[in-house]
Design a protein around this ligand. Structure first.
Ligand code: PHE
Length: 350
């Protein structure tokens, strides 16, 4: 073999060795690219060796060219295999920085609406006192909503409640009191039921919404007296608003109870003093009392309507507005907050 060819081939071999010895030098894809340029680039080491090819005898050129191709192939394979290693190391790295013991991100969860919270709380207290839960239709007929409750057609008391009519004889219930009738028709005394639910009135301003929630209570048995009513409602109110709450019964009128009363409790904000820090209490307007429910002894005419003998049975009924209790309990000044569904407001009840 002639000398020129020999040194050409040796040059290529040492180039291959040179490349092999650089293993581990490139730790990143960028560094690997630099190596690729150094060896295989247009002005790289292999290209420089190939520049010597022209000096060889024509007869030696095929052998020299073949060798050059082999070395190019070898170097390419080396660089490619390092690239695979670098990529694998990158994945390992990513896995090792992933900590499966880290707490997960909490999904955003909703909360119960304050009206629901108060309704549940009131129902818990009342079922604890022995009342059973009942529910009935929001679309009610005139008889259950009015007539059986001692409000015949043309009765002036119907004007107290601005009724939303579905048709002549069908209404959206204006109160839950129709459930008194439905409960009594279903069973013989003793009856002890509560009925929470939506009611509707044609009324909308700062303190009224066309839909709100009531809870009705009814107890019927032999010898039920006004004292039972007082005792039950006082116990109930103190469980909801606190043991120190004062309760007063103020004479009032409802067609379906006689006698009737409205129940006031000592103001939740000023504690009954009528003022807070020297100025008039905004909740009770300085009176020291806030009204929370209507009640009374079941009117004999109501018993007659459902076929109970008023000479044998007596009973009491009460009805309260849930939004009103919620406003007092949580110190909410504006009724509309309950219906706007502003998450910043609702979140506070989680
Ligand atoms: N239904 C009456 C109202 O909506 C409340 C009430 C219920 C009064 C039961 C007395 C007895 O105002």
């Amino acid at each position: 073999m002639n000398k020129d060819l020999k040194s050409f081939l040796e040059g290529l071999d040492s180039l291959a060795h040179d490349c092999e010895s650089r293993k581990g030098q490139a730790c990143s894809l960028e560094e690997l690219d630099e190596l690729r340029i150094e060896f295989l680039g247009r002005k790289g080491k292999l290209a420089q060796s190939m520049g010597q090819l022209g000096r060889l005898d024509n007869t030696d050129k095929p052998a020299a060219g073949k060798k050059a191709n082999e070395v190019k192939q070898l170097i390419t394979e080396l660089l490619d295999s390092w690239q695979v290693e670098i990529n694998a190391a990158k994945t390992d790295m990513a896995l090792s920085t992933f900590d499966p013991s880290m707490p997960g991100r909490k999904p955003w969860v909703g909360t119960l609406h304050p009206v629901t919270l108060v309704m549940d709380e009131i129902c818990d207290v009342l079922t604890g006192l022995g009342f059973e839960y009942a529910s009935g239709p929001e679309v009610e007929n005139d008889w259950h909503n009015f007539e059986a409750l001692n409000m015949p057609p043309e009765h002036p008391a119907r004007d107290m409640q601005d009724t939303l009519y579905v048709s002549d004889k069908i209404v959206l219930r204006t109160h839950t009191s129709g459930m008194q009738i439905r409960s009594m028709l279903k069973q013989e005394p003793p009856v002890a039921v509560i009925c929470p639910g939506k009611v509707y009135r044609r009324d909308s301003d700062l303190t009224h919404t066309p839909m709100f929630h009531q809870i009705e209570g009814l107890l019927v048995d032999r010898n039920v007296s006004m004292a039972d009513l007082r005792g039950t409602l006082t116990a109930f109110v103190r469980q909801i608003f606190g043991a120190k709450t004062e309760v007063r019964f103020r004479p009032s009128f409802f067609p379906f109870t006689e006698p009737s009363a409205e129940v006031d409790i000592s103001c939740v904000l000023c504690g009954g003093k009528g003022e807070v820090a020297g100025s008039t209490c905004r909740v009770c307007k300085g009176t020291g009392w806030v009204e929370i429910l209507g009640c009374g002894m079941v009117d004999p005419n109501v018993f007659t309507a459902v076929g109970y003998d008023p000479e044998v049975y007596s009973g009491f009924a009460f009805g309260l507005g849930v939004e009103r209790v919620a406003m007092l309990k949580y110190g909410i000044g504006d009724l509309r907050m309950f219906f706007e569904n502003d998450v910043r407001f609702l979140e506070q009840f989680s």
